[in-house]
Design a protein around this ligand. Structure first.
Ligand SMILES: Cc1ncc(COP(=O)(O)O)c(C=O)c1O
Length: 440
């Protein structure tokens, strides 16, 4: 008889990480459920898929990892060893990158808060490329540059105000991020660029935009590049010659989540020709940067939970697992479906199966469709959620006094290592204030 527990668990036609049932059950015994499991080889493969996608670009192309998607040190360490750049938003992220083997020289710092104190801190730590996105931010950067006595390679973040078909849109009229090209106010790309060019402590480096996350129609990039080209040519007529050394087209590459989505190659096919023409038309052989969080990390990771209860209702059955949206917040916020699989699987259930979490909250229902394989879900079996590496384990929260679960990694040698210790209930209790009521 075949021991099904040694069969690899996989998704048909998708090169997702494969873990054997034996390993998944073995890790569940040792570390408890739920737990996250990251595959290092998949992280590395995603970097090379991005590099291949833009291989026809005539200048230098650099991948940047957007650390906000997953700041686990093992993930950062893996990307640092690939020699890629890091897109950071806060000094605390910089600490994570430096402690995990990254270098300040490989950082593009794109803050939302843009305070003088944070600029001073990151400049003192060795960051030199900073993306500004407001007039106040620019003033703070100038002050920080004077105090630290360093020359800052300054990028201007624009909001190209193009329509984006995506779950999370970063570019739109009156959007939160980036500067409108024009509009007459001091918070326009035009005005900020003029000031950057005129400030001795700043060296103009280039432009940045970020259009959104999980972008499944790449035509918005083409539209944004077209608008940016017109802006550069116009600004040159007004300010004289300036050079674009870096163009950062932000994040947004989609993760599959069990469906077919455009690959980096598809995206490259759509825009690399246009980027090459931009090199010609502005006469600058700029470095092209694409920042990614979701694409680089989502597929690398599974979350393993256990069925703890079932209950029939009318035409269907509830399957309760010991996880909940407190460990998969991205799915709860976006209502998107992770591919889910019962391990070992059974025959497809004739009943409707509703997969629910352990939280006492009617919202704690996992979106599933026919793509999920929920047959054979009985207490004791494992339920594996795929593609959960982005914006999930970094958002774990202790709702219902639930400690943060273990994060494990299968490293390049195929061994399992602990990437984050699970929290004990006692530790959570202490961190929540515990017995001490210290004077404030
Ligand atoms: C400036 C910037 N770059 C890159 C990203 C990464 O986006 P994604 O994970 O969709 O690739 C984000 C996400 O919020 C962002 O704000």
């Amino acid at each position: 008889m075949v021991d099904t527990r040694t069969q690899p668990v996989s998704r048909a036609g998708v090169a997702a990480p494969r873990f054997t049932e034996k390993d998944l059950y073995g890790l569940a015994e040792k570390y408890g459920t739920p737990y996250f499991l990251i595959d290092e080889a998949t992280l590395r493969r995603k970097v090379s898929e991005m590099e291949q996608g833009f291989s026809e670009f005539r200048g230098v192309f650099r991948v940047a990892y957007s650390v906000k998607a997953n700041f686990n040190p093992s993930v950062i360490r893996t990307f640092a060893s690939e020699g890629i750049l890091f897109d950071l938003t806060a000094p605390s992220e910089l600490t994570f990158v430096l402690k995990s083997g990254g270098s300040a020289g490989d950082v593009m710092y794109t803050s939302i808060t843009e305070t003088e104190a944070e600029y001073e801190e990151v400049l003192r730590t060795g960051v030199r490329k900073i993306v500004v996105a407001s007039h106040n931010g620019l003033m703070n950067l100038i002050e920080a540059a004077v105090r630290t006595n360093v020359t800052v390679k300054t990028m201007v973040r624009v909001n190209p105000e193009v329509h984006v078909h995506a779950e999370l849109r970063g570019s739109m009229g009156h959007g939160k991020f980036g500067l409108q090209f024009n509009g007459g106010s001091q918070d326009s790309a035009f005005s900020v660029l003029k000031k950057v060019l005129a400030t001795p402590g700043l060296e103009f480096e280039g432009f940045h935009f970020h259009l959104g996350s999980q972008i499944e129609d790449p035509s918005c990039y083409a539209e944004a590049i077209e608008k940016l080209e017109a802006f550069i040519l116009d600004a040159r007529r007004q300010f004289g010659d300036f050079h674009v050394k870096t163009l950062d087209i932000g994040g947004g590459l989609p993760a599959p989540y069990g469906r077919k989505v455009p690959s980096p190659k598809d995206m490259g096919n759509k825009i690399v020709g246009q980027l090459n023409s931009l090199v010609e038309s502005i006469g600058d052989r700029f470095t092209l940067v694409a920042e990614s969080g979701r694409f680089l990390t989502a597929e690398s990771t599974v979350m393993v939970s256990r069925v703890v209860n079932t209950k029939s209702f009318g035409e269907g059955k509830y399957v309760y697992v010991d996880a909940g949206y407190h460990v998969l917040l991205d799915s709860a916020l976006l209502r998107h479906e992770y591919p889910v699989e019962v391990v070992p699987g059974g025959k497809p259930s004739p009943q409707k199966v509703v997969l629910v979490g352990r939280l006492c909250d009617p919202l704690d229902v996992f979106p599933t469709s026919v793509r999920s394989k929920l047959g054979g879900a009985e207490p004791g079996k494992l339920v594996v959620f795929r593609d959960v590496g982005a914006y999930s384990l970094v958002m774990n929260m202790p709702f219902h006094s639930q400690p943060r679960p273990y994060v494990l990694m299968r490293n390049g040698q195929g061994s399992y290592v602990v990437a984050r210790k699970g929290q004990s209930v006692d530790r959570l209790y202490d961190e929540e204030g515990g017995d001490c009521l210290a004077a404030a």
